[in-house]
Design a protein. Sequence first.
Length: 95
Amino acid sequence: MVTAGGSGDAAASPLQFPTDYPIKVVGRSARDFRSRIDVVVLQHCPGLPAERVSERPSGAGNFISITYTIVAESREQVTTLVGALVATEGVLMVI
């Protein structure tokens, strides 16, 4: 649970680690978007198999969403990965 001050209590988390954890990254369709995001995810989750990654363009093709189903080892790993993704050029949203 995240408190009003923004800090979380890991003991209160309903998640038990390790766990499968989907992370969706949304950005504008660009030639190198997927490769930039792959690099960030693989830095935090080395060895993520290709079958745990799916990609979907928007109806008009202006945006793309990429879902990575990682095996999260800790809450800190997820928080660090999401922070790195948000800081990546071209990322509009991380869900």
